[in-house]
Design a protein around this ligand. Structure first.
Ligand code: C2E
Ligand code: MG
Ligand code: MG
Length: 693
């Protein structure tokens, strides 16, 4: 049957009309000879009237297509020539189509053209292709390795970055190749992770090592399941990040954070780690030596900071030489070092190391041309001795070593002190006392008071002044000696607040006393600590206190020890100058016990010298040289002298004979409360009633 006849033969029920693809038969010039229903639906019922090719937009036009179809025919092949383009319905709607042109071998005048509408399926394919292109582009440009598997553990794709990370071509990575290139110790872990990702449909992250031909690389793997429609056990995608360099940097940073930049020694943070390990492993046998250079501040101040750094470097080297390989040497901060000894069998070992360190530090050192000798103090803790029940922690160990160091400093420096129970108890007591004292000072509590001890004119026998002495009654401990609580106050920074309380209580009764006949020039002497002199507002406070109690400056004397002034002479001179400008006179307390500062004495704004009671107590008619010398010196500087701690009439007599004008001591009166001074002064000058009469 002729094909054209077949197409048109049965318009009611034509088999070809059932085909969902448009079929058109044209002659050589494109006149439509026959169409089926699908073709008419697609292109319009008026198909016959239009030149067939006018219905199409085809890339390159239809002629080459027709030519090729004919040539295919002349070469004996009947394969259709296909192209995609747009077909236009006669109402103007364009739809994407695939057009196939086939020459009819038996009838060269005719062409059979099939037109397939490209609908959803086509668009999806296009989208998929675009997506694939985009994925490929992404996969090649991202700086992350990507491996994927469509099914199971076998990889079927590896991007370029992956080949760089593994150091082999992509085809060596696909399949199980990539797993074979994992470090043998990591391969199994990675496989287990993939299995988990596949079966549990969850993400996994893990670190692993890759055997790159040029050396091991460290990678981070992020595995995600590919589970179309939530179906498990399908495929996965792995991103591979080479973190070798970052980890190297991290290691450097970690190392740096544990290292002291100046000396290259381990730092405080590292010490904590070492100590924790030592305590866990050594079963009570590590030893800690807390080493502090003596008077390092002076070197810094006098020779400059770079000389200070130079010194620290030299000392760090010397300490290194004293340590064994198993020991840890740490720069704790500033001029403090800690040496941690491990597995110390007995205390003599620690002592020997400490001695070696002290000797090594003492060796002269050349600091930019200055031959300098530096010493160190060491606090030792060796938990191997003492209470085996005692629970030790890192904090406790360092604190104990610090306490021992404090004692080494206090006992004169250039020595090592071992922590003992007495030291620890003493320190704990001091800490307890500091808390109670702070409360008393803050609340201006009645626990605090001031006692007064008369200062007497030896020749006239009358009271010229009163030394104010702080008193504190602890709620449980009872009376605490000022020697103890003043030290605590100095160490805990309470001293300036305390000084203000004492000053107020000392000045409060004075105005009334000065109204008594013969007492017009009476003064109160208040003790000041080194720390008080560093308080810039001290002079303002003193000025204000004098004004509040209506007292002239001369009514106040300030007592300072030599060492207080010499702690920071420049600062002291400044503060003393400001204080003196307000009128108070300045006395050097405990003279003869501090640094020998006779050379400085004439430069200090000092008005009186108080000879320490040590000299007075050792005074006999045959041994007066010391006091005679001090009196002579003071005389040369035009300064009056007060002898402290006069307990016997004999002492008083000798002092008078040596020309000491003023004295204080139990012989005349113990320090007593203000009310007793009321009585004392009244008795000496006559009863108040007599006075007012
Ligand atoms: P200091 O300033 O040298 O005070 C004299 C100390 O000698 C007082 O001791 C006093 O009670 C004692 N004393 C007086 N006469 C005799 C005597 O004949 N024989 C003996 N054995 N001792 C005598 P206290 O009151 O225990 O004070 C001790 C130190 O505490 C004072 O020495 C002073 O340095 C310090 N201090 C007291 N109150 C204060 C204060 O308010 N501020 C400061 N910064 N220090 C104070
Ligand atoms: Mg005093
Ligand atoms: Mg004194």
């Amino acid at each position: 049957m002729d094909i054209v006849d077949g197409l048109q033969a049965a318009p009611q029920l034509n088999v070809i009309d059932l085909i969902p693809v448009g079929v058109i038969v044209t002659d050589v010039v494109g006149n439509v000879e026959a169409t089926n229903r699908a073709a008419r639906d697609l292109l319009g019922p008026d198909l016959d009237e239009r030149a067939f090719w006018e219905h199409f937009d085809l890339p390159g036009g239809h002629e080459p297509l027709v030519d090729r179809a004919r040539r295919a025919d002349s070469s004996g092949r009947v394969a259709p020539v296909e192209i995609t383009g747009t077909a236009h319905h006669s109402v103007g709607v364009g739809v994407p189509v695939s057009v196939a042109v086939r020459a009819v071998p038996a009838d060269p005048r005719r062409l059979v053209i099939t037109v397939r509408q490209l609908g959803e399926e086509y668009r999806q394919a296009i989208r998929l292709k675009a997506f694939e292109d985009r994925f490929e582009q992404l996969a090649t440009t991202v700086p992350t390795g990507i491996l994927s598997s469509e099914f199971g553990m076998r990889a079927d794709f590896a991007n370029e970055r992956c080949t760089e990370i593994f150091g082999v071509a992509a085809d060596e990575l696909v399949g199980f190749g990539w797993l074979d290139r994992m470090h043998p110790e990591d391969g199994l872990v990675v496989e287990e992770a993939i299995a988990a990702v596949l079966t549990e449909c969850t993400d996994r992250r893990l670190g692993a090592r890759v055997l790159h031909p040029r050396g091991e690389r460290r990678v981070e793997l992020h595995l995600s399941p590919v589970s179309p429609g939530g179906v498990r056990d399908v495929g996965f995608v792995v991103t591979v990040d080479d973190v070798t360099d970052r980890l190297d940097l991290d290691e450097v940073l970690v190392a740096q954070s544990l290292q002291d930049p100046l000396t290259g020694l381990a730092n405080r943070t590292a010490l904590w780690q070492h100590l924790e390990r030592a305590l866990a492993e050594d079963r009570g046998h590590p030893a800690v030596l807390f080493i502090d250079l003596d008077d390092f501040k002076d070197i810094n101040d006098s020779l400059g900071h770079s000389a200070g750094d130079e010194l620290l470097l030299v000392m760090a080297d010397r300490l290194r030489a004293c340590a064994r390989a198993s020991d840890t040497l740490v720069r704790f901060g500033g001029d403090e070092f800690v040496l941690l000894l491990r597995y110390v069998p007995d205390r003599s070992v620690v002592d020997r190391v400490a001695d070696r360190i002290l000797a090594a530090i003492r060796e002269p050192v050349d600091l930019s041309g200055h031959d300098t000798v530096v010493t160190a103090s060491i606090g030792i803790v060796w938990p191997g001795e003492g209470d085996p029940e005692r629970q030790l922690d890192v904090e406790g160990l360092i604190r104990d070593a610090d306490i021992a160091l404090f004692h080494a400093k206090r006992s004169g420096k250039n020595r090592a002190e071992r922590l003992d129970a007495e030291m620890r108890d003493g320190t704990q007591r001091r800490i307890g006392i500091a808390g109670a004292l702070r409360r008393a000072v803050d609340t201006d509590s009645d626990e605090l008071s001031v006692h007064f001890q008369p200062i007497v004119d030896l020749t006239q026998g009358h009271i010229v002044g009163l030394e104010a002495l702080a008193r504190w009654t602890h709620p449980e401990l009872g009376r605490v000696s000022p020697v103890d609580f003043i030290t605590v106050a100095e160490e805990s920074g309470l001293i300036t607040a305390l000084a203000r309380r004492v000053l107020d209580r000392a000045l409060a009764p004075l105005a009334a006393w000065r109204e008594l006949p013969g007492c017009e020039d009476l003064f109160v002497a208040v003790n000041m600590s080194a720390r008080d002199l560093t308080e810039p507002r001290l002079a303002t406070y003193v000025e204000d206190a004098l004004a509040r109690f209506g007292l002239p400056g001369e009514a106040l004397h300030l007592e300072l020890t030599e060492s207080a002034i010499m702690t920071d002479p420049a600062m002291s001179l400044g503060t003393l100058g400001a204080l003196k400008a307000l009128g108070p006179s300045i006395a050097i307390d405990d003279f003869g016990t501090g640094y020998s500062s006779l050379a400085h004495l004439h430069r200090l704004p000092v008005d009186t010298i108080k000879i320490d009671r040590e000299f007075v107590s050792s005074l006999t008619p045959d041994s007066t040289a010391m006091i005679a010398a001090i009196v002579a010196l003071a005389g040369a500087l035009g300064l009056p002298v007060v002898a402290e701690g006069v307990e016997t009439t004999e002492q008083a007599a000798i002092l008078t004979s040596l020309g000491v004008p003023l004295a204080q001591g139990y012989l005349f009166s113990r320090p007593v409360a203000a009310e007793e001074i009321d009585v004392l002064l009244t008795l000496l000058v006559g009863s108040p009633r007599e006075r007012s009469a």
